[in-house]
Design a protein around this ligand. Structure first.
Ligand code: GLC
Ligand code: CA
Length: 545
């Protein structure tokens, strides 16, 4: 079977917020099934769903207590199998989230592990004695808290690279690795088409347990957690053993005929990302590239991304394009909810060389919620209650992830068609205008723009597989980004106007035809914040004046 994932489009569903089917205010599996036709019609091939396994939900599913069953709030394991089948019936693919780094502290393994120092499961986690009444070393977690957690019962510390109720598994114990590989085998046997690997770069911790070196950096950024909170995470992130694990997991998935793929959540510079992908892309198939999370709405920003990808991640590497996820502020809210600008972002994402990853709601211009740090249910917000909203805004740090997780907006009924009762999180604003129903009827809506672009992308192999290059004539332009995709003898040109004014684009109509433009106006005038796709005509002969 060919490597289908190289041409796919990914759509992330945050299951709590997608569609509620039983009126408890929380999205669930049956709800997702009921929306698959919508996704098919949108033009999506692969859906990735955040974790739905049994979980105390302290980190809303990223704290797993049983990897073989679904949490009752989402449904049953039978319903999960039905979901897989329903996706496949529509010739779509389904990717599960896989949290390898840690379990919930309520997982049976951890319960056993913490019960005594001689328990056979003790070594499933990372336990250490303290040093003179203090933790074993200076390691801090990815969220800036002490990584070591003292456990009264056995008077030792266990390590957690994320939150303290998420104890890290010990991959130096071969049994642990085997157990987790079995979990992945189980789901691949059931037909799952791949995994999104949660904080994959955090899995191995250095055996020496040496102190991490000091760093002057305090705040992390979406694409750099390696130096933060005054620490260089030398011994706790991106270890060589972790690069090796990427290849092992790849060999595991390669055994399956349906060619599941792996996409890793990792952070670090390009060299680090390549460490996870492997020299011959024989590690993880893809990694999330998070630079777009901090995009500047400027042609040169996106030009730089394209150029850098061709230098650092040339074929057979495949770049990924991510504007948002369930941990980051929604992209549209970084451009003041501006729908035309958001359309241009989609234009870029769906026509550049690589894999687009759309976060639910982006296709309708869904806005961030308006929930304060104090009201947040998110454990990150809870641990930062004392930080006033103005301060986190001022520092540019995102402390309340509830805001990017508000319910999907399906129509303009009382709860946007998400639930028949009170939604678990308050709705975003302006959903009267920003919803699937209303936008479906409007030909120039952002939703129909996504649909058009996805339809073209699905049809034109050039956009999925072609090479990419800047168009020489326009490569110094301040407001205009112009690039060309090429595959065999087919060529598609992309023009994106990031400026406030319309631009004239002259092209030879005998040579090129307009495949799509995101505005209705004169052929040669590219409106502000608009884009245009030109396709090279097959043969000049067919064109007669
Ligand atoms: C990842 C997830 C995030 C979660 C964390 C711990 O960063 O995206 O939502 O809280 O890992 O599992
Ligand atoms: Ca429900």
């Amino acid at each position: 079977m060919k490597q289908w994932w190289k041409q796919t489009t990914i759509y992330q569903i945050y299951p709590r917020s997608y569609q509620d089917s039983n009126g408890d205010g929380i999205g669930d599996i049956k709800g997702i099934i009921s929306r698959l036709d919508y996704l098919k019609d949108l033009g999506i091939e692969t859906i990735w769903i955040s974790p739905m396994y049994v979980s105390p939900q302290k980190d809303f599913g990223y704290d797993i207590a049983d990897y073989y069953h679904m949490d009752p709030i989402f449904g049953t394991v039978k319903e999960a199998f039905a979901l897989i089948k329903a996706v496949h019936n529509r010739k779509m693919k389904i990717v599960f989230d896989m949290v390898l780094n840690h379990t919930s502290d309520e997982h049976a393994w951890f319960q056993e592990s913490r019960s005594s120092t001689t328990n056979p499961k003790r070594d499933y986690y990372i336990w250490k004695k303290g040093k003179n009444g203090a933790p074993p070393n200076n390691w801090i977690s990815m969220v800036g808290k002490p990584g070591w957690n003292y456990d009264e019962k056995t008077k030792e510390y266990y390590y957690s690279n994320f939150l303290s109720f998420q104890p890290d598994l010990n991959y130096r114990n071969p049994k642990v690795k085997e157990e987790m590989f079995n979990v992945m085998r189980f789901w691949m046997d059931k037909g799952v088409d791949g995994f999104r690997l949660d904080i994959f770069n955090s899995i191995y911790k250095d055996e020496s347990f040496k102190d991490n070196p000091f760093s002057i950096r305090y705040l992390p950024t979406p694409d750099n957690n390696d130096e933060a909170y005054f620490q260089e995470k030398k011994y706790t992130l991106n270890l060589p053993e972790n690069f090796k694990l990427a290849k092992e997991v790849r060999s595991l998935v390669e055994k399956y005929r349906h060619k599941p793929f792996l996409i890793g959540e990792v952070s670090g510079d390009d060299k680090t990302l390549k460490g996870f992908l492997g020299e011959k892309v024989d590690g993880l198939n893809l990694v999330f590239q998070f630079e777009l999370i901090e995009f500047k709405f400027r042609a040169d920003f996106f030009r730089r991304i394209l150029l850098n990808n061709e230098i650092e991640f040339p074929a057979p590497f495949l770049p990924t394009y991510v504007f948002g996820n369930h941990d980051q502020k929604r992209s549209i809210s970084k451009i003041d909810g501006h729908l035309e600008k958001a359309k241009l972002l989609a234009f870029f994402q769906l026509t550049a060389r690589g894999i687009p990853i759309i976060y639910y709601g982006e296709e309708i211009g869904l806005l961030e919620g308006n929930i304060s740090n104090q009201e947040g249910l998110d454990p990150i917000a809870r641990q930062n209650r004392w930080v006033p909203d103005w301060l986190s805004k001022f520092l540019g740090i995102y402390l309340n992830r509830d805001n990017c997780r508000t319910p999907m907006s399906w129509d303009d009924s009382a709860n946007n068609g998400f639930t028949s009762s009170k939604p678990w999180l308050p709705l975003s604003s302006d959903t009267k205008n920003r919803n699937v129903e209303i936008e479906s009827k409007n030909p120039s809506s952002i939703l129909n723009h996504y649909k058009s672009l996805l339809r073209i992308r699905n049809k034109e192999r050039t956009l999925r597989e072609g090479s990419i290059g800047l168009i020489d004539k326009w490569k110094e332009e301040k407001d205009l980004l112009a690039y060309e995709r090429e595959w065999e003898d087919s060529k598609i040109q992309v023009y994106l106007n990031f400026g406030n004014f319309p631009r004239e684009i002259y092209f030879d109509e005998a040579e090129y035809e307009i495949l799509y433009k995101s505005y209705v106006a004169d052929t040669f005038l590219l409106q502000s914040y608009s884009g245009m796709l030109l396709k090279k005509r097959k043969s000049k002969k067919w064109f007669s004046k």
